[in-house]
Design a binder for this molecule. Sequence first.
Ligand SMILES: Cc1ncc(COP(=O)(O)O)c(C=O)c1O
Length: 385
Amino acid sequence: MSRHVYLDHNASTPVHPEALAEMLPYFSEVYGNASSVHAFGREAREALDRGRERIAASLRVKPDEIVFTSGGTESDNFAIKGVALARGRGHVITTQIEHHAVLRAVEWLETQGFTATYLPVDSYGMLDPDEVARAIRPDTILISVMGANSEVGTVQPLAAIGAIARAHGVPFHVDAVQTFGKVPMDVVAMGIDLLSCSGHKIYGPKGIAALYVRKGTKMVAIQHGGEHERRRRAGTENVAGVVGFARAVEIRARDMAEEAVRVGALRDRLWQGIRERVPEVRLNGHPTQRLPGTANLVYRGVESESIVLGLDLKGIAVSAGSACTSGSVEPSYVLVAMGIPVEWAMGSVRHSLGRSTTAEDIDYVIESVVPLVARLRTSLPVGAA
Ligand SMILES: Cc1ncc(COP(=O)(O)O)c(C=O)c1O
């Protein structure tokens, strides 16, 4: 295997060389604790403050509205539990296709006496804002909707949902882990009160993320300890991570528009190339309201895992839209919520393209997947032909 093609950028991305270069001194030279009063600490604090300002500027919000966390999962948990626990009881609205970081947090709230509505989506994975309006009750305390779905890439109508939330005085949380840095977002104009974003999805490092909390949003801390992050999230700050994240955010702001066009064209090339040569394949997600780099394809009658493993043998990294638990393969809950029939949903494969993806990579994937699917459909073992 000589060739490597990485089409799993929605899972994680390589750290951008410029972000890495800017981070390095914070591991070995500027290693002080940002809470220490001496010069080492002050230098770390300066980098932390500056990183906060840089990320806030990109979101066009105030620096003290940014809380750093360890990842998108923590940001989602903090937003949902922090708002809910500040109220003590009430009703939460979310969707059936959220990431588990949101779904499991809301489910946990249900075990604590809160109630929840999990709204359905249409066959494109799109939420109807009217459904949100209809679900709001006098005791609704939070609406949490993802910016874009990580599996199929459908981008939600955030501005319309934000307007409804604002009209009813309900805090609006957006899990923007897949959206931030990929599609334009105006946090304030969209009426967003809380927004989760994560470093490693946008060529920043792992272990660093942020939660934007609009000033005046009532919430409590869920991680207790020192006085860090204005007592909203205890724990020694990840200064190197913040520096790398800030740089990655700035690079995304600079490159996003141009890259969306380039990556979008490659995604279309992939879909065209496969659909011309493979029978019974379909593209999931919204035809236009979608992340530029995400193509989720389903092959009827073929299991996703077989394609993922078959492509892995060719040096190609894609991901399955289904979860394999104790030997039984379940179709993806996202595709099930979209009403995709099970015999199709079992064969879903997510290709997520990124800044290093080339046309040659895409052509190699097409050349590899066409015979693989044909072979799997005739039940010959992978690698037999
Ligand atoms: C939509 C969404 N939310 C949350 C997360 C979790 O983010 P992290 O990996 O930074 O914990 C992911 C990761 O895949 C995601 O796609």
